[in-house]
Design a protein around this ligand. Structure first.
Ligand code: TMP
Length: 204
């Protein structure tokens, strides 16, 4: 049994990740692959409880960062690794890159401390591929307003925050070019789906 692949999807809120995760899931299933969908914060029973706190309760950025990594530890050990070991592919809506983008880039938390936490929690475990949906904060905001539901604590941040998050994501993509696939989230869904399919084709 070959190990599955771990693919993560990143980008500022409103970039259109869900549509593309749905499309890739369908494509993989057509190839007979077991797909496990997940998300962060969340993905496990404990992780979903942590998510509730993260999205609703005010806290310091240090507490927030620790909670993201606590949920991530549970996610990796109880869900992602077991799935990969049985040959399933895991598609996660966000993972560790989001902490570098939001807490480090957006809120100014220490990148050295985040790297230390990442090393301690993940021990080098990382996605096989990360699809970054790049989009201007203006367009993302318009898309979010079309979407139903109330904004969470992160979505209420201002434009400068989202500019900083976007820049941090692009910087990470540049530094980790071997695993990142950056797509223009302003392109049509069909064009983006084609780029993602091409990105995974070498494993199929
Ligand atoms: P979601 O709405 O995409 O599910 O994510 C909830 C919010 O959490 C989103 O605005 C991004 C934020 N977030 C962080 O700030 N740091 C992280 O490490 C992760 C995974 C998400």
């Amino acid at each position: 049994m070959t190990r599955g692949r771990f693919i993560t999807f990143e980008g500022i809120d409103g970039a259109g990740k869900t549509t593309q995760i749905d499309a890739l899931e369908k494509h993989l299933r057509e190839h007979g692959i077991e797909v496990v969908r997940s998300r962060e914060p969340g993905g496990t029973p404990v992780g979903e409880k942590i998510r509730e706190m993260l999205l609703n309760d005010e806290m310091t950025v240090r507490t927030e960062t620790l909670l993201f990594f606590a949920g991530r530890a549970e996610h990796v050990e109880t869900k992602i690794k077991p799935a990969l070991e049985r040959g399933a592919w895991v598609l996660s809506d966000r993972f560790a890159d989001a902490t570098y983008a939001y807490q480090v880039g957006g809120k100014g938390f220490s990148s050295e401390e985040t790297e230390a936490l990442e090393a301690w929690t993940l021990k080098g475990f990382a996605p096989d591929m990360t699809v970054l949906f790049d989009l201007s904060p203006e367009t993302a905001e318009k898309r979010r307003h079309v979407r139903a539901g109330e904004e969470d604590r992160f979505e209420r941040e201002n434009k400068a925050f989202f500019e900083a998050v976007r820049a941090a994501y692009l910087d990470r993509a540049e530094r980790n070019a071997e695993r990142f696939l950056t797509v223009n989230a302003g392109d049509t869904p069909e064009a983006i789906a084609a780029v993602i399919k091409e990105g995974v084709a070498r494993w199929l």
